[in-house]
Write a protein that binds this ligand. Structure first.
Ligand code: MN
Length: 357
């Protein structure tokens, strides 16, 4: 595996890329053109500048998270084919720059959802938290304001204010769309990309929905082993793959992450590894990466990745906010650096105790 960190690029990330380079074991970054809206076209010069900004610190761009998929594509609205054409041309530009992995999600309207972005823990650190009861008490339009208020002035990935403008219209659209239709729209999308993915050898990695169940009555399909397998069958080609996100899949304790890793095998093209502390159904806090800090067995997760011969990018996911750092919620430097070092340590120990890759 290649240990990476997510980096939002010059002007957006509070973490200097030189600091990322100083984390032992980190050999690349996962990044994006943060100013782009879903459906926009990415220009080759913009991608080159992003690569060069990372390259100046000696770090290659090992993948894009994300090239967002528009609701026109997800809901088969009139601009679907135009946006797919933009997506294909964006992939061509990425392929020409040698970038071979793209993470995306297929969640309607909203990206990841949390009820608290800075829940204070007894040790004074803060974490992102989810409580279904609180979410049930927020109307969908209010969630944007609630997230923005707690974001510390950062624009949250997936919660860009531009999305808010269309929200009422989108809710009306999705009233007509059930899981089956959403899967149909995913199939139409991924199949349209296939020739380009093959030509440039770009691996698409769909991110599981977070949390892994319907929120605000909107359909969600990337929720567990069975549905992820179905997503892979939509276009049975190795370029159509999955981002194994332990925190998103793990929001539903019924998802056995090590077992899912072994089932999906070489169709896992990217891994987000983090820990959660479950309190009750629909109620969890994010945690430090260490197994003992949450509900998940991080050794078993890394062991499963090791056993399938995983060679793609891994990144520590959301960290706690610690040591007085001010950063985008979940994306401070310090706790993610601790997470990267811990996960690299597990990997080394698995290898030295007889694991074979
Ligand atoms: Mn994730």
């Amino acid at each position: 595996m290649k240990m990476t960190l997510r980096w939002y690029g010059p002007g957006y990330d509070s973490v200097p890329i030189q600091h990322i380079r100083q984390i032992p074991g980190v050999s690349g970054v996962i990044t994006t053109l943060y100013g782009k809206q879903a459906g926009d076209l990415w220009m080759p010069a913009e991608i080159r500048a992003l690569k060069e900004a990372a390259g100046e610190a000696g770090l290659p761009v090992l993948g894009i998270e994300s090239v967002n998929v528009s609701d026109d594509i997800k809901a088969a609205l009139p601009k679907r084919d135009e946006h797919i054409d933009h997506y294909i041309r964006t992939l061509e530009a990425l392929g020409q720059e040698g970038i071979g992995m793209v993470c995306y999600n297929f969640m309607p309207v909203f990206d990841w959802t949390r009820s608290d972005l800075a829940k204070i823990r007894p040790d004074g650190s803060s974490v992102l938290s989810y409580d279904q009861e609180i979410i049930d008490g927020i109307d969908p339009e209010g969630i944007f304001a609630a997230m923005e208020k707690r974001s510390g002035g950062f624009t949250l990935p997936g919660w860009e204010p531009e999305r808010l403008r269309r929200i009422s219209a989108l809710f009306a659209v999705y009233r007509e769309i059930d899981e089956a239709k959403l899967f149909d729209n995913h199939r139409y999308f991924i199949r349209a990309l296939l020739p380009t993915l093959r030509k440039y050898d770009i691996k698409m990695a769909v991110h599981p929905d977070d949390p892994a169940w319907p929120v605000f009555g909107l359909p969600r399909i990337m929720t567990g082993a069975e549905n992820l397998q179905r997503a892979l069958r939509q276009a049975d080609d190795p370029h159509n793959g999955v981002t194994l996100c332990t925190g998103s899949l793990g929001s539903d304790p019924a998802n056995d992450i090590p077992a899912i890793i072994r089932q999906l095998g070489d169709r896992i093209h990217f891994a987000h590894v983090r820990n959660l502390a479950h309190h009750a159904p629909g109620k969890f806090d994010e945690a430090a990466h260490l197994s003992a800090d949450g509900s998940m067995d991080m050794y078993a997760i890394m062991k499963a990745l090791y056993d399938i011969g995983y060679r793609g990018a891994v990144r520590p996911d959301h960290g706690r906010m610690i040591w007085g750092e001010t950063a985008m919620p979940g994306y401070g430097l310090y706790d993610r650096a601790l997470g990267a070092a811990y996960l690299s340590g597990l990997w080394e120990a698995i290898g030295k105790s007889g694991g074979k890759q």
